[in-house]
Write a protein that binds this ligand. Sequence first.
Ligand code: IVH
Length: 691
Amino acid sequence: MAKKSSKSSSKDRVLELRTLIHEHDYNYHVLDKPVITDFEYDKLFRELQDLEAAHPELVTHDSPTQRVGAEALEGFEKVAHRRPMISLSNTYSIDEVREFDERVKKFLDSEKSIEYFCELKFDGLAVELIYEKGRLTGAITRGDGNVGENVLSNVRTMRSIPLALKGKTPALLEVRGEALMMKKEFAKLNEAQQEAGEQPFANPRNAAAGAVRQLDPRITAKRPLRMFCYGPGVVEGHKSTSQEDWLDYLRQHGLPALHSAPWKKIRPRLKEGYSHEIPLGAVCANIEEAIEYYSTILKHRHELPFDIDGVVIKVNSFALQDRLGTIARSPRWATAAKFPPEQATTIVSDIAVQVGRTGALTPVAIMQPVRVGGVTVTNATLHNQSEIDRKDVRIGDTVIIQRAGDVIPEVVQVVLDKRPAKSKKFRIPENCPVCSEPAVLPEGEVVTRCVNSLCPAILNESLKHFAARRAMNIEDLGDKIIEQMTEHGLVKSFSDLYKLSKEQIQSLPRQGDKSAQNIYDSIQKSANTTLSRFIFGLGIRFVGEQTAKSLAANLKTLDAFLEATEEQLVEIEDIGPKVARSIMLRLENKDFRKEIKKLIENGVQIEKPKKVSASSQTLNGVSIVITGTLPMGRDEIKDLVLSLGGKTPGSVSKNTNYVLAGDEAGSKLDKAQELGVPVLDWDGFQKLIGG
Ligand code: IVH
């Protein structure tokens, strides 16, 4: 008897936990407004995992614990769409948008203004989600429009997509949308990609498309993908009356879709710039309002957290859409008003080869300065030899370059008609351009490397990395000084820095008394550091800042790090076999160990790990937006808030607890005042954190 009641109460709790977790996933991944801390979320998640482990019969396919787990696939299964996924006709100018409106009116034989629903044209990968009786049972890429690929195992890992719909569910709901990656997440991913010695992605679209079409869902799960739903496929058991109504319906069922409002209400708010509080779908009373929407979004496109390549203008009423129908594989009731591309043409005056910290030889196109997307561009990375070969970029070539949002400019293509006679294919040199030792291209890799451990370029780049703000933070030791120090033989290793006297620094060309003192002081100051900064600074291949933090958090002391075994390392979260192997290779190297010993002998001191007790987490769950100039560096304040259990989001919303405002605080302060978020000055902040 007792057993039965415990089982039924477990069942209730499992159901309750699932609902709660779905709710929190939605708040976090769709609304960007978490209402609990990550810690509390993890607690709920773990409770659910434990209950399911104790009662395996309660595990269902739509439990949040079941998002990942699937094995890698051999290939994707081809699946037909119930209704073809057709595409949109494009317009490239305001005149063409007006012509579109004329065609709509003519077809409907009406003089009256047409109400349009305007939304963003997301630059991602189109995917159709299929919910049967409210459960996610299918996810298909667009493919050729008729037949796509079944990517359900991957889509299930995306936390912005509900595995089960909320509320009263229709028998069948097919919804189409775009999977994409936020610009911020993309930047982080590319940084990690580069740290891991892998090819960076050209843009968020490629990264998202690659993640959705990844055969191993465990890899997809690690790529932060988002989804925006916009259009219906086959829907049974529900009828929406307009695009506006349809998006509302999707959101009510927990699906991610743009919020909307009448354009007249949005217009005054968007004027100043975009904030994520502003709805981005607009109901426009006529085509002129739709054009205003287009022009305003065009102006603010770079402020959006994701890439778009235009706006989509749709006849709002579904009844009118039905009357208009489709022609030649695109609907008569909609148009994609595309943005002018951010491309420009220039000439490659040279191709330089840079040597990085890991010895990687990276070719860079040096170009005649050209303005694109609002900035002047002079270099574009060419990544590696195989990229150069693919595009066949040569010195003297006229090239089309592109700058998509915040992404590093890239060469899109060569204008072959303008290629000078007798130009030669470019080859990365066989020897390192800095030390002249032979470079190597390992079998099966694309990156050529200098492997001379005494190469001055590697030494310089390693020292720059060691001194960097996120590593040892040697504030006054700039790149130029490092280069002078190595050139004059003052510094041959990290540990040499801590033996330098002020006089030695002053002996460098153009070095004054004051600046030598500053450099000396900041080197000394950096000697007191943390284990994670120290490990990160050592520049071990594949060990980025995040990995260094995990190592420090788990191993706690330098001795434990030096004695770590490979088995121990792979047990640590975020550390896979490749990273563990790379760390072991360093730890097994006698010179590396000697260098660490010398660093300690020369005065580097690693702080004892602070015991983080619950009572020191004074900012648990508190979110503080930092703005303006403050007595402490932005990154230091962030670290402080994080270490006390708080969060430091980048923008102000209703859920922000405080705004910490220094001098010259700008729009974030205005926003705080507008939303009634309490504003702290430096003293107030000190009080909040207890002195
Ligand atoms: S509606 C019947 N709305 O653009 C047309 N499409 O060429 C259904 N896209 O394949 C498309 N954002 O991948 C629609 N807000 C949006 C969109 C959007 C991006 C993509 C979609 C489609 C292509 C159209």
